[in-house]
Design a protein around this ligand. Structure first.
Ligand code: FES
Ligand SMILES: [Fe+2]
Length: 343
């Protein structure tokens, strides 16, 4: 690993699901080596401050919320959502010099995003598009995985789905995934890798979702947006009904939303959501899919954490690339470009 930077700071990163941030308890999260305390003000808007009191650096997340403010557990200094000290119990007033760093934060698509870099560059238009998570035409749910690995190992994992044939052989994988080549296109800060498997037997999972017999056309379109967001456009349609040409109306379609926030160089928070555009009212299907997917992703976690241990043990030894790594190589290069562009 060395000391090379592994992530850019000038980017929006998911720090939490929206529902995790409340008005009663502060929440502590680490984003790109920044310890951040999050809470919700009376009007519902977010506050995100450095999780360290101005006075003696006690984590503010150990304190409590009082109206709009967070109160330090040690000597009772209070700070508002902008990080301004509003009260020093031992003095009559606040201390205007006592300021805690505030982070740009916003909510979109059921996630809370923070910007750990230069606040002047925190443009809300740069938030990755994960609209499927709250689009009325789609339904789904997900979870968070806290993993002991460099977030880029998950980027590699998602950019190369041939691992499905081996890591997930009992669920979503079958031989067609490993045997069908991908087409990879890079545009700006995005990389798209597409694989179409035409007229194949459907793997068990998709067979059930489609609910129809016969061969299928299956697609996996991987959309990466630097530094760490990947939307998988996946589905099947009865073979020959036009899906490769854009008519997916006879099939079933899912979007697997993935965004992997680096906590440190070797730990991350992996937020994912499994959304679909069929059986929208079926809450039990939503729950079933979420739990089934959580099990599948545990199979990935075992692999990437074992890789990380070996990377740490063999710092002299880098990763090697095969043709299947075309997508992840481009993704990693985009990440490197973002890092290199920062002071
Ligand atoms: S450390 Fe926070 S008030 Fe003293
Ligand atoms: Fe996987």
């Amino acid at each position: 690993m060395g000391t090379a930077k592994t992530f850019p700071l000038n980017a929006w990163y998911v720090a939490a699901w929206s529902h995790e941030i409340g008005k009663r308890e502060p929440l502590s999260r680490t984003v790109c080596d920044n310890k951040i305390v999050l809470w919700r003000k009376a009007d519902g808007t977010l506050a995100a401050l450095e999780d360290a009191c101005w006075h003696r650096l006690l984590p503010l997340s150990m304190g409590w919320l009082e109206g709009e403010e967070i109160v330090c557990r040690y000597h009772g200094l209070a700070f508002d959502g902008a990080g301004t000290c509003t009260r020093v119990p031992s003095m009559d007033t606040g201390n205007t010099a006592a300021k805690v760093r505030a982070y740009p934060a916003l909510e979109r698509h059921r996630f809370v995003w923070v910007w750990p870099g230069d606040p002047a560059l925190a443009d809300p238009a740069l938030v990755p598009d994960l609209h499927w998570n709250d689009d009325p035409e789609w339904v789904g749910d997900g979870k968070t995985m806290f993993a002991k690995c460099d977030y880029r190992l998950f980027v590699d994992n998602l950019m190369d789905l041939t691992h499905e044939s081996f890591v997930h052989a009992t669920s979503i994988g079958n031989k067609h995934v490993a045997e069908t080549p991908m087409e990879t296109i890079q545009k700006g800060r995005t990389v798209t890798s597409s694989r179409w498997m035409l007229d194949i037997d459907a793997p068990p999972f998709w067979r059930t979702q489609l609910g129809k017999p016969g061969n299928v056309d299956r697609w996996q379109i991987i959309n990466f947006e630097a530094p760490c967001t990947i939307v998988l456009d996946v589905g099947v349609a009865p073979a020959g009904t036009g899906a490769p040409r854009g008519d997916r109306s006879k099939g079933v379609n899912g979007r697997v939303l993935n965004t992997i926030t680096p906590e440190t160089g070797s730990t991350c928070m992996y937020f994912w959501s499994l959304t679909r555009n069929y059986r929208l009212q079926d809450q039990s299907l939503t729950t079933f899919l979420r739990e089934a997917n959580a099990k599948i992703f545990l199979e990935d976690q075992v692999v990437v954490e074992a890789q990380q241990l070996m990377l740490d043990a063999r710092v002299d030894r880098g990763l090697r690339n095969l043709n299947i790594d075309a997508g992840s190589m481009r993704a990693r290069r985009l990440i490197e470009d973002m890092i290199a562009s920062e002071p």
